[in-house]
Design a protein around this ligand. Structure first.
Ligand SMILES: [Zn+2]
Length: 296
């Protein structure tokens, strides 16, 4: 390296990489008790001491991605259409270790996906998928919600009905990750998609046949038979629609990377609302990158 290049490297703008602060990690890993740890690995070593395999995964996940896997607090949650749900802290160790394995794989897989998606370009997405706070909990006598997200934190329910396979965990985490980025983009989905979303709901209500062309994915709520993206009494519906749209983007780009074509029609080639939502998502979060060919 020449002296000139070295100097350039040294004065490159110091955009601090996101990280989980020690205090926040202590809340996840040593809740309710004072810790004498001076760094996050020490907190992980202590919290996971009863399960060396889980400890190794949690340490590696933190080392490689900055993400800290701990527990959430006990709480009684108003789950909207799901009713009231009691959540209790559950570290992913022992019989629950598989959830940490799936989560670790999912986060690494999503990281590799971003690398592949932008390979050979100078583009970079306006998106964060590192240095997350993971709060593992267990719901009592219910299997919902599978997860929820706020402020770079993802709450993960080891009893969640969607979290029973590596694929289920990866897509659920991608969905939650979108909520975090949507929030960081000043509630982009409500600002951008609400008008079209409301018009679709006004026209279709909860009728599946009417909603089908607009639903980004086939996931339906078991109790009501409604597409998840359009389920009433589920917080802000447009947030869920947008997170499902992001999952559809993830699926379609993955398929293009894998096989160079889509097995079923592209979402953007459906109704005009779909095309608008898709383009807005691609431009806001993914630097305009879309491997899916234009519609014919
Ligand atoms: Zn959601």
């Amino acid at each position: 390296m020449t002296a000139g290049l070295l100097a350039l490297a040294l004065v490159a703008p110091a955009v601090a990489a996101p990280s989980v602060e020690l205090d926040a990690a202590a809340v996840l890993l040593s809740p309710g008790s004072r810790s004498s740890c001076a760094d996050v690995p020490c907190l992980l070593e202590t919290a996971y001491r009863a399960d060396p395999k889980a400890k190794a995964i949690a340490l590696a996940l933190y080392r490689d991605t900055g993400t800290v896997a701990g527990v959430g607090p006990e709480e009684l949650m108003d789950g909207g259409y799901r009713g009231m749900i009691r959540l209790v802290p559950q570290l992913p160790v022992g019989a629950h270790r598989k959830h940490l394995v799936w989560t670790d794989q999912a986060i690494r897989s999503i990281d590799a996906w971003f690398t592949a998606l932008y390979d050979g370009t100078t583009l970079s997405p306006a998106y964060r998928w590192t240095a997350l706070k993971l709060r593992f909990v267990r719901s009592v006598k219910k299997r919902t919600p599978s997860a929820y997200a706020f402020q770079w934190t993802i709450e993960y329910n080891v009893a969640g009905s969607l979290l029973t396979s590596a694929d289920g965990v990866r897509e659920t985490l991608f969905h939650e990750l979108f909520h975090l980025n949507d929030e960081a983009h000043q509630d982009w989905s409500a600002k951008t998609l609400q008008t079209d979303y409301d018009a679709i709901v006004a026209r279709c209500g909860t009728k599946s046949a009417c909603l089908a062309p607009y639903a980004p994915n086939t996931t339906k709520v078991r109790a009501t038979g409604t597409y998840y993206a359009f389920q009433p009494n589920n917080g802000s519906g447009v947030h869920e629609y947008a997170a499902e749209l992001a999952v559809r983007y993830y699926r379609e780009q993955s398929e293009m990377l894998r096989s160079g074509k889509l097995a079923r029609p592209a979402f953007k080639c459906g109704p005009a609302e779909n095309a608008r939502a898709w383009q807005a998502l691609v431009d806001e979060f993914f630097a305009g990158r879309d491997l899916v060919p234009p519609c014919r």
